[in-house]
Design a protein around this ligand. Structure first.
Ligand code: PLP
Length: 769
């Protein structure tokens, strides 16, 4: 385990994720430390040490009242906004329990773009307290502004309405006055909670001049530490303690107060309240920062789209998407360049959009590729200047790896030679490039990756020889439409899988002659292999001699869903057929070697490729086919049984049965890496991040050695080239967090590479000083 002191920020880190959490101001750290060291008393103790602690508690409360404009009402300290939200909801629902009898069909209203803490808590407590209300999202318009007509219609039946001042993903703020007018015109008594988390320090608040019943705040969004929050409760609002116990906070919230957190909050609020202090910047200054950042972004990404209207957004949040780049591409690039931003959508292999942007009706691609950049009200000019330099630098790496186009970069000598694999939602797009001839072919191109491919083609000046699919499900014509409309101008010259009419012929290992086309000096042969669907084909890529493509010369087979990594394609689709699958497997077995690399259309396990030998060792059914030990009838019966046990298919999820796979990779922990290399200087440290990440920050040395870049997207090509010439060298794979390095290490080890290690925690935990 790394010691705490070994966990350090990276050099020149640019932090632009203040809406997630802010750094803690030095004054707040000093206040918390002082309190822990010298004023550690319990505010409930009646001795002098306790009285001092109580003084800190009460003066902070008084200061909070001034800052949020709460002349009346209760102000209590909580652990954070989520606790404040629970308290407000429980208080409202408890009181509404009686009321619900008078409302026939009670509803609980919340803004469609609220932080998840709000709808999730509403649903939870509605159920737990047996309220039986309908939980309804208030729609927003394309700017993210709440629909007043909807509120007017539904608020008469509402037990509670929850809205927010400013949104955490977009910074879009609501017109609270108009909202109040609408709510109160139609319902004087409804309990109204306003989430003020993102507004504190950015928008002037006068809470007692409103009819807001509950207002939660969070310290860690405004330069105080995590674990401290505030809840304002209007005098007339009902209250039920969420935490009962020793009666602290006048019985409103039991538990010994987080005094260091409260002291830190006091330090922050004092600065905010002191208008002569330069720490917190004026709105005009913050708007200038936004302009500087957006100018830099527009120069860096000419195709940028901002996902919100700046005229109704806080200046500190910039949410954008770039056509052709996924949020993962940008996140990975920025993180590698030591710039911290956040993705609107989750960055897992399963792509999800941002529910906030979805609610605003943004197109799917914008929602799925959104990036949020947020600074804070105490950000300095120097930080913004540094951020702009870092962004401009980082984007050059994108241009040189052809993820975006540039007028100036010369990419003619760059680019991959061979096979690349791009993953989208567990689907694999395979792109083969012959660098010498600049010809390329793409197989099973995901619709979402079309722009990326187009950019690459234009940037590198490739000639696209073929855009192919291995199969098309009757119900899923997306691929076909894309192929037909984008690349095949004269559609009569291609079949529905993108295969051209004009082809040559090659003879395969068993004497079978099939159609083929050339990609540079390689040949791509088409082999019908039905079973998963009736139209399924495989493409064999290799080197032909005298119009023959023998098993030894096949480099890769794009098998579609015939064979998965650790599974066989399912046959229980409308046009699937077990008998054909059996025959296809037999045929494939005659044409390639047991260790020829198979490139599937899906990769659920992040293992990238497989072989007949690997599959046979994990799937007895396939082993039996290969050994000729199973009859067609017996195969069909067993396959039907196996498929019937699968969860329902939804194309991107289950195109076949996938067995679990685990091989243990020996770890080299980040704090052991230098020593490990010094103990064996022949060790090769392999950075498996993508080229744009590798290039984003010029720092590829470790223990006096240069790390080698083997992008995960090129690992199948690497395996194919190096399988037969293995050395005794130790390979240590590393990436940003340890996830991709583990996947790379597993893939190499699975393909019989020896001496493979990886660095759990990756660059995130590697303290390079
Ligand atoms: N509400 C909003 C708008 C937020 O941005 C957040 C935090 O992301 C929360 C509530 C939850 O705050 P806390 O982390 O203090 O529980």
């Amino acid at each position: 385990m790394l010691s705490l002191r070994e966990i350090q920020p990276q050099k020149n880190e640019v932090y632009l994720d203040n809406n997630a959490t802010t750094p803690v101001l030095p004054q707040a750290i000093e206040a918390a430390t002082h309190t822990m060291q010298l004023c550690y008393g319990n505010p409930s103790s009646s001795h002098i040490t306790g009285i001092k602690a109580k003084y800190i508690l009460e003066t902070t409360r008084e200061l909070t009242r001034q800052v949020i404009g709460a002349k009346t009402g209760q102000v209590m300290f909580t652990s954070g906004a989520t606790e404040g939200i629970q308290t407000a909801i429980i208080s409202s629902l408890n009181a509404a329990k009686q009321k619900s009898q008078s409302i026939k069909e009670p509803v609980l209203l919340y803004g469609a773009t609220e932080h998840k803490a709000v709808p999730e808590s509403l649903k939870h407590w509605n159920k737990m307290l047996d309220i039986g209300a309908k939980v309804l999202a208030i729609p927003v318009d394309e700017r993210g502004i709440l629909d007043m007509d909807f509120i007017a219609t539904h608020v008469p039946n509402a037990l509670m309405i929850c809205t927010m001042i400013a949104n955490n993903e977009t910074g879009v703020y609501q017109d609270i006055e108009l909202l109040e007018k609408t709510i109160r015109q139609y319902n004087q008594d409804v309990f109204w909670m306003v989430d003020c988390v993102q507004a504190l320090g950015k928008i002037k608040l006068e809470i007692s001049n409103t009819t807001i019943d509950y207002a939660p705040f969070s310290g860690h969004k405004l330069y105080a530490p995590k674990g401290i929050g505030i809840l304002y409760v209007r005098d007339s609002a009902p209250f039920t303690p969420f935490i009962a116990g020793g009666g602290q906070e006048s019985g409103l919230r039991s538990g010994t107060e987080n005094l260091p957190g409260i002291a830190a909050l006091q330090a922050v609020l004092s600065l905010l309240n002191d208008h002569d202090d330069p720490t917190f910047k004026s709105t005009t200054q913050l708007e200038r920062y936004r302009e500087q950042l957006t100018d830099t972004l527009i120069k860096a990404f000419p195709d940028i789209v901002f996902n919100h209207d700046f005229s109704c957004s806080l200046p500190t949040t910039i949410n954008f998407s770039v056509k052709g780049l996924t949020s993962k591409d940008i996140m990975d690039l920025f993180d590698a360049a030591h710039i911290r931003v956040s993705a609107g959508s989750a960055c897992s292999s399963k792509v999800t959009g941002s529910f906030v942007l979805d609610a605003m009706g943004k197109p799917k691609w914008q929602s799925e590729s959104a990036i949020r950049m947020s600074f804070g009200p105490a950000t300095t000019q120097q930080e913004i200047d540094e951020a702009c330099v870092a962004i401009s630098q980082a984007v050059k790496a994108l241009q040189s790896s052809c993820l975006i186009l540039s007028d100036t970069a010369d990419n003619s000598n760059l680019g991959v030679d061979g096979l690349q694999q791009w993953l989208y939602d567990n689907g694999c797009t395979w792109c083969f490039v012959d660098k010498a001839s600049k010809q390329c072919a793409v197989i099973d191109l995901a619709p979402e990756l079309v722009s990326k491919f187009e950019t690459l083609v234009e940037c590198q000046g490739y000639e696209v020889v073929a855009v192919l699919s291995t199969h098309i499900h009757e119900e899923n014509q997306v691929h076909q439409n894309i192929i037909q409309t984008l690349w095949h101008k004269d559609q009569t010259k291609y079949d529905f899988l993108g295969w051209p009419q004009q082809t040559s012929l090659v003879t395969l290992e068993n004497g079978l002659t099939v159609e083929a086309l050339n990609v540079g000096n390689k040949v791509l042969a088409r082999l019908p292999l039905p079973g998963h669907t009736a139209n399924s084909v495989a493409y064999l890529l290799g080197t032909s001699v005298n119009q023959s493509l023998m098993a030894d010369s096949v480099d890769f087979v794009f098998v579609g869903d015939l064979i998965q990594v650790n599974g066989l394609g399912r046959c229980d689709h409308i046009d699937g057929d077990e008998k054909s699958l059996y025959q296809s497997l037999q045929l494939l077995n005659q044409l390639i070697r047991q260790d020829t690399l198979l490139c599937p259309a899906h990769d659920y396990l992040q293992l990238f490729n497989t072989t007949l030998a690997l599959e046979a060792s994990s799937q007895p059914l396939l082993q039996q086919v290969i050994d000729g030990d199973i009859s067609e009838q017996a195969f069909i019966a067993e396959k039907i049984k196996q498929d019937s046990e699968l969860p329902p298919s939804d194309f991107s999820q289950y195109c076949g049965s996938i067995a679990q796979f685990s091989n243990i990779i020996e770890p080299v922990h980040p704090n052991q890496l230098v020593e490990f290399i010094q103990a064996d200087p022949t060790t090769i440290v392999v950075d498996v991040r993508e080229p744009h990440e590798y290039d984003a920050y010029p720092d590829s040395m470790i223990a006096g050695k240069t790390m080698v870049n083997l992008p995960l997207s090129q690992i199948t090509q690497f395996v194919q080239r190096h399988k037969s010439q293995q050395s005794d060298f130790k390979y240590v794979c590393i990436c940003r967090s340890g996830k991709r390095s583990e996947a790379a290490a597993k893939t190499l080890q699975r393909n019989s590479f020896a001496n493979i290690y990886h660095v759990p925690g990756g660059f995130a935990l590697l303290n390079k000083g």
